[in-house]
Ligand binder design. Structure first.
Ligand code: NAP
Length: 442
């Protein structure tokens, strides 16, 4: 077989770009033997060429001018590893219009402008590889698009964000408070200096819309999803989960609806939220910064994908796999078809819930909560009340009331009436804070 010499242009040389540079240098020979593709990196776009970097790159390779990568006729594949939506999206489309195949790890661009990117690719019969955009080093995208292509998948549940999984692991295994666990995640480089998009669930939601595209062959927008993060979780919630035989995880869930007779419908439920999952569930042992995806195919049955969802080399592993795939089959059709229908995401799958109500310890408060839940059709299977000890130096609550918490397990209910009940209860002067509702994923 004749060797294919492929010239790469990189946009970005940060965590993943640096990891890719190192991985190509280290495994170039191995990759060439396995694939008959020989790679060279011609130019790399950065913001600041003078910045000290973990990788040694010749000065004439670095550039601050995007045209040096996007308009160079010798560059075959543009590898976008800049992050953010703009100008990454603009540069990807420019590269495609200039006739170059593209590989990207950018879930934010694909979740918000995926249609646009794949329309530009289809117009020129070009490829866009995006394996690294979901679950980093886990080869999930290609598994869904080829290995599992013969299956109808009705249920997919993922732990898609390593930062939040690390924080939840520290809270539950070390009884560390949320703020302390987040600080350690930042010190170890698992969380960004601004961790908002990780902890509020947006990052997992971006990845879930990309998976929904592949699993359900339909397009969903992040704005259609129900998204909750982990910022409001406390050690009391973790203790309650343990007491009831569960563990708390931030889940990204993609499910088809279920009809009264148990058959599956075409309605879609796409959501990201913390959930109590049983200790025996395959996702319960996914600890620290690891990611995992559990799914059920109608032919293959249950499957679990597990591995590192981020980090320089795990992510570079997926990027390099895409580069080789695109180099070998530059004219293969894209996995992502731009001519899809738009998803109707409104299915409200019933669930059991753990509810926590921060209260003032006054007569009648428990009765009030039970009555309001009942009035909205939410029945209670378990309740627990505690006084909350005041933190050292904390100001005494208004009127000198003791603070308490009522924890409730609600029987299966759709989310809408539950939210209505919580809005009424949360507005009462008997409560000292906002009620919390966490799905129980049985
Ligand atoms: N980090 C991970 O573990 C991971 C995992 C999966 C997917 N991803 C995705 O991979 C992508 C890259 O992430 P990363 O962590 O490697 O990011 P990063 O460390 O912040 O690196 C970004 C790189 O892009 C360059 N850059 C950014 N904006 C630019 C601009 N406007 N013009 C020119 N250069 C620009 C930066 O240049 P300077 O170096 O000069 O600042 C830097 O080299 C993101 O889409 C991310 O979501 C990351």
């Amino acid at each position: 077989m004749t060797k294919k010499n492929i010239t790469l242009g990189l946009l970005g040389l940060g965590t993943v770009g640096g990891g890719l540079w190192d991985l190509i240098a280290r495994n170039q020979g191995l990759v060439a033997n396995r694939s008959d593709v020989s790679l060279s990196i011609k130019r790399v776009l950065v913001r600041d060429p003078a910045k000290p970097r973990a990788v040694q790159v010749p000065a004439n390779v670095l550039t601050t001018n995007p045209a040096d990568v996007l308009d160079d006729p010798e560059i075959d594949i543009v590898v976008e590893l800049m992050g953010g939506v703009e100008p990454a999206h603009e540069y990807i489309v420019r590269a495609l219009k200039a006739g170059k195949n593209v590989v990207t790890a950018n879930k934010a661009v694909l979740a918000t402008h995926g249609a646009d990117v794949f329309e530009a690719a289809a117009a020129k019969n070009l490829q866009v590889g995006f394996e690294a955009s979901v679950a980093g080093g886990i080869p999930l995208i290609r598994a869904l698009a080829s290995g599992l292509i013969a299956n109808r998948i009705d249920d997919l549940v993922g732990i898609l964000n390593g930062t939040t999984n690390f924080i939840l692991t520290r809270m539950q295994e070390d009884r560390m408070a949320y703020d302390g666990a987040l600080r350690i995640a930042q010190e170890r480089g698992y969380a960004e200096p601004d961790p908002t998009l990780d902890v509020n669930g947006t990052d997992a939601a971006h990845k879930l819309t990309i998976l929904a595209e592949l699993v359900f062959q339909t397009r969903a927008s992040v704005t259609d999803l129900r998204i909750e993060g982990i910022e409001s979780l406390t050690l009391a919630d973790c203790d309650a989960a343990k007491r009831l035989g569960y563990i708390v995880k931030l889940l990204a869930v993609a499910q088809r609806g279920t009809a009264a007779d148990g058959s599956r419908t075409d309605e879609l439920d796409l959501r990201v939220h913390p959930a109590f999952i049983r200790l025996t569930h395959p996702l319960a042992n996914v600890r620290n910064e690891f990611n995992a995806i559990w799914l059920k195919g109608d032919a293959v049955g249950e499957m679990l994908f597990y591995g590192k969802g981020a980090g320089a080399e795990p992510t570079a592993s997926a990027v390099l796999a895409d580069i080789i795939e695109v180099a070998r089959n530059p004219k293969a059709p894209n996995i992502w078809n731009p001519a899809k229908s738009v998803a109707h995401v409104d299915y409200d799958s019933p669930s059991r819930y753990y509810l926590r109500f921060p209260i003032y310890d006054r007569p009648g408060v428990i009765g009030f909560i039970a009555t309001e839940l009942g009035r909205h059709g939410v029945s209670i299977s378990h309740a627990h009340a505690d006084l909350v000890p005041l933190a050292a130096g904390a100001a005494k609550p208004a009127k000198g009331d003791a603070l308490g918490e009522v924890q409730v397990v609600a029987d299966a209910t759709p989310e809408k009436p539950l939210r209505e009940a919580l809005a009424v209860i949360g507005a009462s002067p008997l409560l000292s804070g906002k009620p919390i509702a966490i799905r129980i994923f049985d």
